[in-house]
Design a protein around this ligand. Structure first.
Ligand code: NOJ
Length: 510
């Protein structure tokens, strides 16, 4: 296990929207290099970069046509290597985004696979034997190439599924077992891509749809086997490299498949969604001041997953990502501060989505861009200054419009504001680096009674108390100690905590 993960705090960068260094209206790698000190200033010591590979951008770059080539709009392979080097000088790690489940239908492998004549790539994707043969349980495309067959897609229509075989075979005439040499060749091709970037200085990968490899693999047995093999390769050849899964099942992803980290994703009704998204636009969320305030539903779902995986890897909380509406669509500012106090004091490895630190708004009324659809509103340009395009670009035409509201938050106006979300996030990250108890490996114990506020949890000698509700609440605790951080106007004396509405207190009981 790479030791750096214990103290890692990630910043997620959507490259097209971060910073445009050459004035062409779109973010680029050199722009990220110029902003590394900003990332460092947040306290983040690692970056997850969304896909930067060549692509027709039908799905924001998750439709890769060349895994070994940086898309022109972001720069060159040399620029990316330069980013690795400059980041490393500042002790920042860089994870690239690995997309192993599918490619673009313009990838050379697919251009060969769709030829009628059999060739090396005929089994790289999953084709039925005839265009007339389209079993309804599979998402298939047909009639658009000379090869006589339907092919399976993994996501959008332009993203054909790579072939890792079928665990349960329902149609032996076209489904291969996972240990078929052609399926093993797909795994080798992915390992080759990983080595290519790791050799150039990447520190690992966020893995897109990591659970989607082998089909008809309900329990993910064969899919996990592939990842375990890849983890063995990393342990042997790149022991400092790390992988985080887009999976949201720590038992499978961490314990069985060998991922170092697994994202706690927004699956409706799960613990993560209960924090700020639950109900109609968050009206029943834990952190909604008019909600129930109970952490129990979250804990019931999260704690078993945490307990079973904590010795093998990390659950990754995130403030948001490029697939969900930003938190500002759900909660008020004080609630958002509490959410961040929560996320950055949980065990595991946290991820901060660019712009969340300044409270960027979800731009819900934008026309879809590059397959974004409802996600487009969370992918708008970073807001740096009050200048042209809020400091994102000097171009007259930009990738997506910036927030046009008069009170649009910017780095410039948030960074010195003592009442900002930025202040809370940077404070929490600093505390996380300062106290070992708050880091990834630190212990966690929940202290709460069903449905009651405040709720609390203990991380070693530190106890976090939260009152997310609009009314004051109090509690006689079993502890004495010093308040080392608070949000709101709470008091703590003789073990009694009186918490003002929407407040947070961190106590050191040592
Ligand atoms: C998950 C990614 O986060 C999302 O943006 C993408 O569209 C799908 N996977 C398909 O690759």
């Amino acid at each position: 296990m790479p030791e750096w993960l214990n103290d890692a705090v990630f910043y997620q960068i959507y490259p097209q929207s971060f910073y445009d260094s050459n004035g062409d209206g779109i973010g680029d790698i050199n722009g990220i290099i110029q902003k590394l000190d900003y990332v460092k200033g947040l306290g983040c010591n690692a970056i997850w970069l969304n896909p930067v590979y060549d692509s027709p951008f039908m799905d924001g770059g998750y439709d890769v046509c060349n895994y070994k080539q940086v898309a022109k709009r972001y720069g060159t392979n040399d620029d990316l290597v330069n980013l690795f080097n400059e980041a490393h000088k500042k002790r920042i790690k860089i994870l690239l985004d690995l997309v192993p489940g599918h490619t673009s239908d313009t990838h050379e492998w697919f251009l060969n696979a769709k030829k009628a004549a059999e060739n090396e790539y005929s089994n790289r994707y999953i084709f039925t034997k005839s265009v007339w043969d389209a079993p309804p349980q599979y998402r298939m495309m047909c009639g658009i190439c000379e090869r006589n067959g339907n092919y399976l897609v993994n996501y959008f229509s332009s993203q054909p599924a790579l072939n890792y075989g079928f665990y349960e075979i329902t149609h032996p005439e076209w489904q291969l077992p996972p240990d078929h040499p052609d399926c093993l060749a797909t795994v080798e091709a992915i390992k080759d891509i990983m080595r290519f970037w790791l050799d150039k200085g990447a520190d690992g990968f966020r893995v897109d749809m990591a659970d989607s490899l082998v089909k008809n693999d309900e329990e993910k047995i064969a899919t996990a086997k592939i990842w375990r093999g890849i983890r063995e390769m990393l342990d042997k050849e790149y022991p400092e490299a790390a992988m985080v899964a887009e999976w949201c099942n720590p038992q499978c992803a961490i314990n069985n498949a060998g991922f170092h980290m697994d994202f706690y994703l927004d699956h409706y009704g799960n613990g993560y969604s209960r924090l700020f998204r639950y109900g109609e636009w968050g009206n029943e969320a834990v952190f909604n001041s008019n909600g129930k305030g109970s952490i129990k539903d979250f804990a019931d779902e999260y704690l078993p997953a945490y307990e079973c995986s904590k010795n093998n890897g990390y659950i990754s909380f995130m403030t948001n990502n490029h697939d969900m509406p930003r938190i500002t669509a759900y909660l008020d500012k004080q609630a958002i501060k509490l959410v961040n106090a929560f996320i950055f004091t949980m065990p595991g490895v946290p991820f901060l989505y660019y712009g969340d630190e300044i409270g960027m708004k979800y731009q819900g009324d934008l026309v879809s861009k590059e397959g974004g659809f409802s996600r487009t509103g969370s992918r708008t340009p970073m807001q740096w200054t009050s200048g042209k395009n809020l400091g994102f670009s000097t171009s007259d035409e930009i990738y997506l419009p910036v927030d046009k509201s008069t009170d649009a938050p910017t780095v410039e106006n948030q960074i010195n504001d003592p009442d900002s979300v930025y202040k809370v996030i940077t404070d929490m990250i600093a505390l996380r680096h300062k106290y070992d108890d708050l880091k990834g490996n630190g212990e966690l114990e929940f202290i709460y009674e069903d449905g009651k506020v405040p709720f609390a949890y203990r991380r070693g000698n530190l106890i976090m108390y939260f009152n997310p509700l609009a009314a004051q609440s109090e509690m006689q605790t079993a502890y004495s100690g010093d308040v080392i951080y608070k949000l709101g106007d709470s008091t703590f004396a003789d073990g009694k905590i009186i918490m003002s509405p929407q407040s947070f207190v961190m106590i050191n009981i040592k």
